[in-house]
Write a protein that binds this ligand. Structure first.
Ligand SMILES: Nc1ncnc2c1ncn2[C@@H]1O[C@H](COP(=O)(O)OP(=O)(O)OP(=O)(O)O)[C@@H](O)[C@H]1O
Ligand SMILES: [Mg+2]
Length: 250
């Protein structure tokens, strides 16, 4: 069995004639808390689009848990356990977290069956939804409309919705952007509390948060991995300091 949850090999992508990802190779170990950092415009979000299948690489291969998924649609990758968290709270502002998760579970199981079926009618699914909300610390607000939740809680709901899809690999693009510091700490704690059966790849600019989260860090600069290592190695790396962090303290 492969120890790699996700392997990208020789990925190339450009918008028009302009290359953005250049022969990039990245391996994420199963169970890792892996962070991807890099300056604005380095290509982090583009790489995430390539991993999820939202955009197709012009060259290179992608393997998920040892199987080649390069030619699979985004939906087929989700079914195989590659899930990204989307900012969806604007879509369901008037629903409660519980109803939102119940909808996601019904959709996942292909049993939505129409809006007239009571969502809360299936005790097993209500129990699963409750467990997911507890996992991300939202149990006490599960009956409050999402638009009334704190911003950090809304981001946590998005993570719970992604977890409802039973990811083996969960990709998070700046989940704490705009979240107040007290709430972003809670968000990272909930991510760190996820079982190791869920491999995590986090993109973020907040170095405090990244260094608290990651056991492995890759630094993307101008579409290529400049360096990869443990947080200690990355913090001490002269190239990282020079190119990415302007030589200041990490
Ligand atoms: N749809 C697009 N069309 C053309 N160029 C794009 C498009 N999306 C991104 N780019 C360009 O590709 C490069 C990489 O963008 P990308 O969003 O992947 O960077 P990023 O590392 O996620 O940046 P940030 O840290 O600001 O989120 C940038 O120069 C950006 O301007
Ligand atoms: Mg981005």
């Amino acid at each position: 069995m492969s120890v790699w949850a996700l392997e990208a090999e020789g990925l190339c992508y450009g918008y028009g004639a302009r290359p953005v990802i250049e022969t990039l190779t990245l391996r994420i170990a199963a169970g890792a808390r892996h962070a991807l950092i890099g300056p604005n415009g380095a290509g982090k979000t583009t790489l995430l689009h390539l991993l999820t299948g939202f955009q197709r690489p012009q060259a290179g291969r992608l393997r998920l848990l040892g199987s080649d998924v390069t030619d699979l649609s985004p939906e087929a990758r989700v079914k195989r356990g590659l899930v990204r968290s989307f900012q969806i709270t604007q879509i369901f502002p008037n629903l409660t977290p519980l109803t939102s998760i119940l909808l996601a579970l019904a959709e996942r199981d292909g049993k939505s069956g129409g809006w007239w079926h009571p969502l809360a009618g299936d005790p097993a699914r209500v129990a699963e939804a409750s467990a997911l909300l507890t996992q991300v610390g939202l149990a006490s607000v599960r009956e409050i409309e999402t638009r009334r939740l704190a911003y950090g809680q809304q981001r946590l709901l998005e993570i719970a919705l992604a977890l409802a899809l039973k990811p083996q690999v969960l990709l998070l693009d700046e989940p704490a952007a705009g979240v107040p510091r007290e709430e972003s700490a809670a968000l990272i704690n909930h991510l760190l509390a996820l079982p190791p059966s869920v491999t995590l790849l986090l993109i973020d600019h907040d170095m405090d948060l990244v260094f608290r989260f990651a056991d492995r860090i890759s630094v993307l600069v101008a579409g290529a991995i400049l360096v990869e290592g443990t947080p200690i190695e990355i913090a001490a790396n002269a190239d990282v300091r020079r190119v990415y962090l302007g030589d200041g303290p990490l």
